[in-house]
Design a protein around this ligand. Structure first.
Ligand SMILES: N[C@H](CCC[C@H](N)C(=O)O)C(=O)O
Length: 290
């Protein structure tokens, strides 16, 4: 029987990124990729990421969080999902700050700078080709040799690559809506240069304080928002010296404030998180899951 059968969940969203939060801290069983796919099935609850709270493994942390994409794959980071988890927990407990463990490391989160805003310290970005990871060595990950379209007239080319606990490729363009991301997204997500696949973002630097993005998410597809992509893009733009270290990022579903802090190299992501409804998983959903 699935750990999720009959369990309650919260359907939330982080500026349109569809999130399901499940608290399994009272339960030893873990969620499997098959469970995650069953939840995403037509009879289930539509989501981009399923955020599962498991019992804490480290003292001082609230939970060990596992993050599933709707294809059942697991992600090391999900910025929008973390804000949803944080809002849910803070409303239950009255806390205003907390630390969580994810596969990518420890995340400090707090309410603020306004009551409806939540900030996640996403940790330090990584730029090494093995860290991202890339299949072969690239010394300068500010631009890598990768393109789609005709060889002498590429449609998209030379992305910046960054790990925010998950892999991101950012293509710099003049208009994020001028490209068929549904067509190029899957090609780039699954390109052999990305052994763990990658989240694919189109980014337009409006000015030094403002960037617009659109993202094809690994394991999901087009989403209204991807928090870690906003972080990766802000960092990549600052690294190219084309934007300030604190920027506003506009995504199809809303906006996020991103700051790449100088003193500790950490990236802070601030935005809203919305609660939609609560439910209980129908055990029939998992009938075919071993
Ligand atoms: N929506 C997420 C990212 C999900 C990550 C994922 N698609 C992957 O890396 O596999 C965010 O707000 O950061």
């Amino acid at each position: 029987m699935s750990a999720l059968a009959n369990h309650t969940f919260a359907k939330m969203n982080g500026i349109g990124n569809e999130i399901v939060v499940v608290d399994l801290r009272d339960c030893k069983a873990a969620v499997t990729p098959e469970d995650a796919r069953a939840v995403a099935s037509p009879a289930g609850v539509p989501y981009d990421q399923l955020m599962v709270l498991q019992p804490p493994r480290l003292s001082g942390t609230e939970a060990f969080i596992r993050i599933y994409n709707n294809d059942g794959s697991e992600a090391g980071a999900c910025g929008n999902g973390m804000r949803c988890v944080v809002r849910r927990l803070f409303e239950e407990t009255g806390q205003t700050s907390a630390t969580f463990e994810t596969r990518a490391g420890l995340l400090n989160c707090w309410q603020g700078p306004a009551p409806d805003l939540y900030t996640v310290d996403m940790g330090a970005p990584k730029f090494g080709w093995r860290d991202i990871p890339l299949a072969e060595e690239f010394r300068d990950t500010r631009y890598i040799e990768l393109q789609v379209g005709p060889i002498d007239a590429p449609v998209l080319h030379s992305p910046s690559v960054v790990s925010m606990g998950n892999p991101h490729a950012i293509f710099w363009v003049d208009d994020v809506n001028a490209y068929d991301l549904e067509r190029f997204g899957p090609l780039l997500e699954n390109h052999p240069i990305f052994p763990d696949r990658a989240n694919i973002t189109l980014a337009h630097i409006v000015d030094r304080d403002h960037i617009t993005i659109r993202t094809w998410e690994r394991g999901v597809g087009l989403t209204k928002a991807c928090g870690s992509a906003a972080c990766a893009t802000a960092v990549a733009a600052a690294r190219l010296k084309r934007a300030n270290r604190a920027v506003e990022v506009t995504l199809p579903g809303g906006k996020l404030m991103i700051e790449w802090r100088e003193h500790d190299d950490h990236v802070l992501m601030t935005g809203t998180a919305d609660f939609e409804y609560e439910g209980r998983f129908d055990p029939a959903l998992f009938a075919n899951v071993a």
